[in-house]
Ligand binder design. Structure first.
Ligand code: 0O2
Length: 267
């Protein structure tokens, strides 16, 4: 197939990857803006390379005409979670979305592959709008923990070197390490609440400081400079106390002051 035809075939899949990265990043941001824990830690995506497509066509005996039907990971999205419990939350979240529908799932988290690979796979149908109209594309979404991702990334790079023939002692080592990773994920789950709490506090603090600084900056434009400087000093005094309750109280008070000035400036 000519390069131009490959481009025409793959372009919509690139669009799907780009759109889904934006959408899942937005999910992360929405959680953080509200100061709540995001089950998605990060999202990444890729269009399958032509070489990888040709390799897979050969491996699975797929003809040119059947590429789109039989190779369902032309567009691939990878969602990384901090904790193993987050994977199920992300799966539910994806099932509830109205911009895609689930075609089928493979649970390699509960049913590890013989290689030691763990990950949750969802093949979804995702519509994209192109100049030729709407196209319903298959997209593979892989959902895994950071620890599972570490393992898969290392193992994948070995596949490039050894193809199907990773030496037995390395295969065994990978299997052993995948067990360690399973244990690690479970161990981390024990302190999940504690860690989530710490991260939520951090994001709440960031949001509060952002709101306070915005308010102070706006006040400089309309209020008496000396008064705003006093407010700023008070903010620094409270900030160093590292007390979220006081910071929250200060932010609310500042909202009231700012509202007052806005009302005044309207008169
Ligand atoms: P790449 O380079 O990542 O695109 P199946 O018929 O079900 O065996 P299929 O369609 O490959 O074959 O489905 P499967 O097994 O769900 O794998 C899809 C993708 O999951 C793979 O794509 C890999 O990205 C990843 N994956 C599956 N098994 C392993 C594994 O043992 N190790 C690692 N590191 N990744 C794995 P590709 O096209 O193989 O590769």
């Amino acid at each position: 197939m000519e390069l131009q035809l490959w481009r025409e075939l793959l372009d919509p899949y690139q669009l799907a990857v780009d759109e889904l990265i934006v959408k899942f990043n937005h999910v992360i941001q929405e959680h953080r803006n509200r100061g709540i824990y995001s089950p998605i830690e990060s999202v990444d995506g890729r269009l399958k390379s032509i070489v990888s497509i040709m390799d897979k066509m050969q491996r699975k005996d797929v003809s040119m005409n059947d590429i789109e039907e039989k190779i369902e990971d032309l567009a691939g999205i990878r969602i990384t979670c901090q904790f193993v419990e987050d994977i199920d939350r992300v799966v539910v979240m994806i099932k509830n979305r109205t911009d895609m529908s689930v075609k089928y799932e493979k649970d390699y988290v509960r049913h590890m592959k013989a290689s030691g690979y763990r990950s949750y796979h969802m093949i979804v149908i995702y519509p994209v709008n192109t100049i030729k109209g709407t196209k319903n594309l298959s997209v593979e979404i892989q959902i895994r923990t950071m620890a599972m991702n570490f393992w898969a990334t290392i193992e994948h790079s070995l596949q490039y070197k050894y193809k199907e023939n990773i030496p037995q002692y390395i295969q065994q080592k990978l299997l052993d390490v995948s067990e360690v990773i399973l244990d690690m994920d479970h161990e981390m789950s024990v302190v999940r609440d504690e860690i989530m709490d710490a991260q939520n506090s951090h994001h709440r603090k960031e949001n509060l400081v952002r709101d306070i600084l915005n308010n102070i900056q706006n006040l400089y434009k309309i209020a008496n400079t000396q008064e705003v400087e006093k407010i700023q000093d008070e903010f620094y005094r409270i900030y160093v106390l590292d007390d979220l309750v006081q910071l929250d109280h200060f932010s609310k008070q500042l909202d009231i002051i700012s509202e007052g000035y806005r009302a005044q400036s309207l008169n």
